[in-house]
Design a protein around this ligand. Structure first.
Ligand code: GCU
Length: 413
């Protein structure tokens, strides 16, 4: 009986995976990441680093995410420890809650929640990622501070104090800590509220003031990625953490953000995109699930306004999303999808790894090159690339963390 059930499950899984592969997508030809705009071929890593990578970064900045300010755009940034305790999760970890203020008067700030395993010999590697609903929504830990009512009032509508632990399943803190990693998170609304407020509410206002915006001005994803980098600035000051071994991670819109953070800030040692979909890991030219047109009309504030012009004409984009992955090379990168998440185009997410492999090769590292999309819950790690399709919905689950830890153990331990 058990065997029969197993067989039925296996058949169902392979059917799902086959139907995922057979889904009709727009036929397309990807731009070659190793071909310069002037037609020359990139032949070695020096040429990639000095010429092609900057050319691509310029494209992504001017046409998609906008130009982020430099790392010193908030010269008055300072850190205040709000709370610290050594007995989080029954003594498993040290908890620190730190206010990262971007201006002297602390009108603009985020609160970073951090757990560091107590069982450690020396500085530990860490995962850093933004969260959706507030730090209090990532855990049952009652000591995690609630956002202040003033702060909450600036968040996108729908965020509530009662959201404690609402997204706890996405943050497997105890599992992560037991595997020897620290973990740090902040609410993305702290950096820039996730609604189109004309960029008056978040970090854009502090840094740009009333400076007129243009087609290349930075959007919200760029702001969230900039926030991740400022958190890394802080982690560099924490002696219990090895800041050279920080993995940046994000889910969905925050997965798009972790990829862009990995591209813009090469201090991130490893990059994880969980269900990042359109404008994240998914190949735009496939036009499968969410399209450029759709995302620009639903979430115009995420990007620079130049991006809108590619809606419906993805084949005219001088880049595609595999080149976002390529800009992470030679650092390890992991792209994960979920079987029911067709809006994010799991197949297109996989193909962006395949499309970036030639750049990893330039650095002497293997990557994922098999054009056959792996089956559900058959994780694949080749060289410095990892991938899986979890069975189920658009979300982050323990299964995802299990793969991320196994992958990270290879590079960060
Ligand atoms: C919407 C959006 C996606 C995004 C997702 C999320 O579904 O269309 O692009 O990834 O929200 O962030 O949850």
């Amino acid at each position: 009986m058990k065997y029969l059930i197993k067989l039925i499950v296996a058949a169902a899984l392979s059917f799902l995976s086959l139907s995922a592969q057979a889904q009709p997508a727009n036929p397309y030809e990807l731009p070659d990441p190793l071909r310069m705009e002037d037609g020359r071929t990139v032949r070695n890593k020096r040429q990639w680093i000095n010429e092609r990578r900057p050319e691509l970064m310029e494209m992504f900045r001017s046409q998609m995410f906008g130009r982020e300010p430099g790392p010193n755009a908030a010269p008055d940034m300072h850190f205040t420890v709000l709370e610290e305790s050594h007995d989080a999760f029954g003594g498993l970890a040290t908890r620190k809650q730190v206010k990262i203020s971007f201006d002297k008067d602390e009108n603009y700030y985020l609160v970073l929640l951090m757990y560091i395993p107590n069982n450690r010999k020396g500085p530990v590697p860490a995962f850093l990622g933004a969260n959706f609903k507030g730090n209090h929504a990532t855990t049952t830990d009652p000591a995690v501070l609630l956002p202040t009512p003033e702060k909450l009032a600036t968040f996108a509508p729908g965020y509530k104090m009662e959201d404690r632990n609402a997204n706890g399943h996405r943050w497997e803190y105890e599992y992560i800590l037991k595997h020897g990693y620290a973990v740090a998170t902040f609410c993305y609304n702290d950096v820039d509220p996730d609604f189109h407020d004309g960029f008056h509410n978040g970090i854009h206002q502090l840094i740009d003031g009333d400076k007129p915006r243009n087609g290349e001005s930075w959007g919200s994803i760029s702001a969230w990625a900039w926030g991740l980098s400022r958190c890394l600035d802080y982690l560099e000051t924490v002696k219990e953490i090895n800041a050279k071994k920080v993995a940046v991670i994000g889910h969905s819109r925050l997965g798009k953000t972790s990829l862009w953070a990995g591209a813009t800030d090469q201090r991130f040692a490893l990059v994880i995109s969980n269900d990042s979909g359109c404008s994240g890991a998914a190949i735009a030219r496939r036009k499968f699930g969410e399209t450029v047109e759709r995302i620009c009309s639903s979430f115009p504030h995420w990007f620079c306004t130049n991006y809108t012009s590619y809606g419906g004409r993805e084949e005219k984009m001088p880049w595609d999303q595999h080149e976002l992955i390529a800009m992470i090379a030679p650092r390890p990168v992991y792209v994960a999808s979920a079987s029911e998440d067709s809006w994010a185009d799991p197949v297109g997410e996989y193909y962006s790894l395949v499309g970036a492999a030639s750049v990893y090769k330039l650095f002497g590292y293997d990557g994922i090159t098999d054009r056959e999309v792996p089956g559900i819950e058959q994780p694949v790690v080749v060289g410095r690339m990892g991938h899986h399709i979890r069975k189920g919905e658009h979300n982050v689950r323990l299964y995802d963390w299990e793969q991320y830890i196994t992958f990270s153990d290879r590079f960060l331990k």
